[in-house]
Design a protein around this ligand. Structure first.
Ligand SMILES: Cc1cc2nc3c(=O)[nH]c(=O)nc-3n(C[C@H](O)[C@H](O)[C@H](O)COP(=O)(O)O)c2cc1C
Length: 184
Protein backbone atom coordinates (compact mmCIF):
# COMPACT_ATOMS: atom_id res chain seq x y z
CA UNK A 1 0.00 0.00 0.00
CA UNK A 2 2.76 2.44 0.91
CA UNK A 3 4.48 1.75 -2.40
CA UNK A 4 1.24 2.47 -4.29
CA UNK A 5 0.72 5.71 -2.36
CA UNK A 6 4.28 6.83 -3.02
CA UNK A 7 3.93 6.05 -6.73
CA UNK A 8 0.72 8.05 -7.22
CA UNK A 9 1.39 11.33 -9.02
CA UNK A 10 -0.52 14.17 -10.57
CA UNK A 11 -0.40 13.54 -14.33
CA UNK A 12 -1.23 16.54 -16.49
CA UNK A 13 -0.19 15.53 -20.01
CA UNK A 14 -2.17 12.93 -21.90
CA UNK A 15 -2.21 11.09 -25.21
CA UNK A 16 -5.26 11.83 -27.42
CA UNK A 17 -6.37 8.17 -27.07
CA UNK A 18 -9.92 7.97 -25.61
CA UNK A 19 -10.58 6.19 -22.32
CA UNK A 20 -12.68 3.04 -22.64
CA UNK A 21 -16.14 3.03 -21.07
CA UNK A 22 -15.23 -0.07 -19.01
CA UNK A 23 -12.35 1.78 -17.40
CA UNK A 24 -14.51 4.82 -16.65
CA UNK A 25 -17.00 2.52 -14.95
CA UNK A 26 -14.20 0.95 -12.87
CA UNK A 27 -13.18 4.42 -11.67
CA UNK A 28 -16.76 5.21 -10.68
CA UNK A 29 -17.19 1.87 -8.95
CA UNK A 30 -13.98 2.44 -6.97
CA UNK A 31 -15.30 5.84 -5.86
CA UNK A 32 -18.52 4.46 -4.46
CA UNK A 33 -16.67 2.34 -1.89
CA UNK A 34 -15.27 5.41 -0.13
CA UNK A 35 -16.09 5.86 3.53
CA UNK A 36 -18.94 8.31 4.11
CA UNK A 37 -20.83 9.56 7.16
CA UNK A 38 -24.19 7.82 7.75
CA UNK A 39 -24.05 6.30 4.28
CA UNK A 40 -25.28 9.50 2.70
CA UNK A 41 -23.15 8.58 -0.34
CA UNK A 42 -22.96 12.28 -1.12
CA UNK A 43 -21.20 12.08 -4.50
CA UNK A 44 -22.34 12.65 -8.05
CA UNK A 45 -20.21 12.28 -11.17
CA UNK A 46 -20.55 14.18 -14.45
CA UNK A 47 -18.70 12.59 -17.35
CA UNK A 48 -17.39 14.88 -20.07
CA UNK A 49 -16.01 13.45 -23.31
CA UNK A 50 -16.28 14.25 -26.99
CA UNK A 51 -18.94 16.86 -27.63
CA UNK A 52 -19.69 17.69 -23.99
CA UNK A 53 -15.97 18.22 -23.42
CA UNK A 54 -15.83 20.55 -26.43
CA UNK A 55 -18.67 22.54 -24.90
CA UNK A 56 -16.84 22.72 -21.58
CA UNK A 57 -13.85 24.13 -23.48
CA UNK A 58 -16.05 27.06 -24.50
CA UNK A 59 -17.15 27.63 -20.90
CA UNK A 60 -13.53 27.58 -19.70
CA UNK A 61 -12.39 29.84 -22.53
CA UNK A 62 -15.04 32.47 -21.74
CA UNK A 63 -14.09 32.30 -18.05
CA UNK A 64 -10.38 32.78 -18.77
CA UNK A 65 -10.91 35.54 -21.35
CA UNK A 66 -13.06 37.45 -18.89
CA UNK A 67 -10.57 36.94 -16.08
CA UNK A 68 -7.40 37.69 -18.05
CA UNK A 69 -8.46 40.03 -20.89
CA UNK A 70 -4.90 41.30 -21.47
CA UNK A 71 -3.10 37.95 -21.27
CA UNK A 72 -3.96 35.89 -24.38
CA UNK A 73 -0.85 33.69 -23.95
CA UNK A 74 -1.86 32.75 -20.43
CA UNK A 75 -5.38 31.99 -21.66
CA UNK A 76 -4.03 29.77 -24.41
CA UNK A 77 -1.61 27.84 -22.18
CA UNK A 78 -4.25 27.39 -19.48
CA UNK A 79 -6.68 25.99 -22.05
CA UNK A 80 -4.26 23.16 -22.84
CA UNK A 81 -5.27 21.56 -19.55
CA UNK A 82 -8.61 20.82 -21.18
CA UNK A 83 -7.88 20.60 -24.87
CA UNK A 84 -5.24 17.90 -24.27
CA UNK A 85 -7.43 15.83 -21.95
CA UNK A 86 -9.67 13.08 -23.36
CA UNK A 87 -11.83 12.64 -20.26
CA UNK A 88 -13.01 14.96 -17.50
CA UNK A 89 -15.06 13.80 -14.54
CA UNK A 90 -16.57 16.56 -12.42
CA UNK A 91 -17.37 15.36 -8.92
CA UNK A 92 -19.89 17.07 -6.67
CA UNK A 93 -20.85 16.69 -3.03
CA UNK A 94 -24.34 17.17 -1.58
CA UNK A 95 -25.09 20.11 0.66
CA UNK A 96 -27.17 19.21 3.74
CA UNK A 97 -29.39 22.21 4.27
CA UNK A 98 -29.04 23.73 7.73
CA UNK A 99 -26.28 21.32 8.77
CA UNK A 100 -22.84 22.73 8.13
CA UNK A 101 -21.12 19.80 9.87
CA UNK A 102 -22.83 17.21 7.70
CA UNK A 103 -22.10 19.27 4.59
CA UNK A 104 -18.41 19.34 5.51
CA UNK A 105 -18.44 15.60 6.22
CA UNK A 106 -19.89 15.09 2.75
CA UNK A 107 -16.98 17.00 1.25
CA UNK A 108 -14.56 14.84 3.22
CA UNK A 109 -16.27 11.69 1.91
CA UNK A 110 -16.17 12.94 -1.68
CA UNK A 111 -12.47 13.77 -1.26
CA UNK A 112 -11.89 10.17 -0.14
CA UNK A 113 -13.80 8.95 -3.19
CA UNK A 114 -11.61 11.06 -5.46
CA UNK A 115 -8.47 9.59 -3.87
CA UNK A 116 -9.84 6.09 -4.53
CA UNK A 117 -10.38 7.07 -8.18
CA UNK A 118 -6.83 8.39 -8.38
CA UNK A 119 -5.33 5.12 -7.15
CA UNK A 120 -7.70 3.06 -9.30
CA UNK A 121 -6.74 5.15 -12.35
CA UNK A 122 -3.08 4.28 -11.92
CA UNK A 123 -3.89 0.59 -11.67
CA UNK A 124 -5.80 0.89 -14.96
CA UNK A 125 -2.81 2.56 -16.64
CA UNK A 126 -4.50 5.97 -16.55
CA UNK A 127 -3.07 9.24 -15.32
CA UNK A 128 -5.13 11.78 -13.42
CA UNK A 129 -4.98 15.21 -11.86
CA UNK A 130 -7.55 16.69 -9.49
CA UNK A 131 -8.03 20.32 -10.46
CA UNK A 132 -9.85 23.03 -8.60
CA UNK A 133 -8.18 26.26 -9.72
CA UNK A 134 -8.18 27.96 -13.14
CA UNK A 135 -9.92 25.83 -15.74
CA UNK A 136 -10.83 23.40 -12.93
CA UNK A 137 -13.56 25.96 -12.27
CA UNK A 138 -14.46 24.44 -8.90
CA UNK A 139 -14.55 27.83 -7.17
CA UNK A 140 -16.69 29.50 -9.81
CA UNK A 141 -20.31 29.22 -10.86
CA UNK A 142 -19.78 28.63 -14.61
CA UNK A 143 -19.04 24.88 -14.46
CA UNK A 144 -21.74 24.25 -11.87
CA UNK A 145 -24.25 25.82 -14.25
CA UNK A 146 -22.83 24.05 -17.32
CA UNK A 147 -23.18 20.54 -15.91
CA UNK A 148 -26.66 21.32 -14.62
CA UNK A 149 -25.82 20.58 -10.96
CA UNK A 150 -28.60 21.34 -8.49
CA UNK A 151 -28.53 23.99 -5.76
CA UNK A 152 -27.88 21.18 -3.29
CA UNK A 153 -24.61 20.20 -4.89
CA UNK A 154 -21.22 21.79 -4.62
CA UNK A 155 -18.24 21.09 -6.85
CA UNK A 156 -15.30 19.30 -5.24
CA UNK A 157 -13.10 18.27 -8.12
CA UNK A 158 -12.56 18.48 -11.84
CA UNK A 159 -10.66 15.30 -12.63
CA UNK A 160 -8.59 15.35 -15.82
CA UNK A 161 -7.94 11.78 -16.88
CA UNK A 162 -6.26 9.98 -19.77
CA UNK A 163 -3.45 7.76 -20.90
CA UNK A 164 -0.30 9.57 -19.79
CA UNK A 165 2.12 11.04 -22.29
CA UNK A 166 4.68 9.85 -19.76
CA UNK A 167 4.64 8.67 -16.16
CA UNK A 168 6.31 10.87 -13.59
CA UNK A 169 8.73 8.70 -11.69
CA UNK A 170 10.89 11.09 -9.69
CA UNK A 171 9.95 11.02 -6.04
CA UNK A 172 8.18 14.16 -4.83
CA UNK A 173 9.82 15.41 -1.68
CA UNK A 174 7.54 15.24 1.34
CA UNK A 175 7.99 16.70 4.80
CA UNK A 176 8.71 13.83 7.18
CA UNK A 177 5.59 12.95 9.15
CA UNK A 178 7.37 13.61 12.45
CA UNK A 179 7.45 17.33 11.59
CA UNK A 180 3.69 17.23 11.08
CA UNK A 181 2.83 15.20 14.16
CA UNK A 182 2.23 16.03 17.78
CA UNK A 183 2.35 13.00 20.06
CA UNK A 184 0.11 13.87 23.02
C1 LIG B 1 -7.81 19.64 -3.70
C2 LIG B 1 -6.75 19.65 -4.75
C3 LIG B 1 -6.77 20.63 -5.73
C4 LIG B 1 -5.82 20.65 -6.75
N1 LIG B 1 -5.92 21.59 -7.73
C5 LIG B 1 -5.04 21.59 -8.75
C6 LIG B 1 -5.18 22.51 -9.81
O1 LIG B 1 -6.10 23.32 -9.84
N2 LIG B 1 -4.28 22.48 -10.82
C7 LIG B 1 -3.25 21.56 -10.82
O2 LIG B 1 -2.46 21.57 -11.77
N3 LIG B 1 -3.10 20.64 -9.84
C8 LIG B 1 -3.97 20.63 -8.80
N4 LIG B 1 -3.87 19.69 -7.81
C9 LIG B 1 -2.79 18.68 -7.85
C10 LIG B 1 -1.64 19.07 -6.94
O3 LIG B 1 -0.96 20.18 -7.48
C11 LIG B 1 -0.70 17.87 -6.77
O4 LIG B 1 -1.40 16.80 -6.19
C12 LIG B 1 0.50 18.26 -5.89
O5 LIG B 1 1.38 19.11 -6.59
C13 LIG B 1 1.30 17.05 -5.43
O6 LIG B 1 1.81 16.33 -6.53
P1 LIG B 1 1.52 14.78 -6.69
O7 LIG B 1 0.02 14.63 -6.76
O8 LIG B 1 2.21 14.37 -7.95
O9 LIG B 1 2.08 14.09 -5.48
C14 LIG B 1 -4.79 19.66 -6.77
C15 LIG B 1 -4.77 18.67 -5.77
C16 LIG B 1 -5.74 18.67 -4.78
C17 LIG B 1 -5.72 17.57 -3.75
Amino acid sequence: MLAALKKRRAIRNFLPQPVEREKIEKLLEAATYAPNDRMREPWHFYILQGESLKNYEQVALSYLQERFPTKPNLVQSSMEAITNTPLIIVVTSSIVEGDEGATKDNTFAVSSAIMSMWLMAEELGLGMVWRTRGVGLVHDTALHAFIGASENEQLVGTLCIGYPEEWITNEKKRTPFLEKTTWL
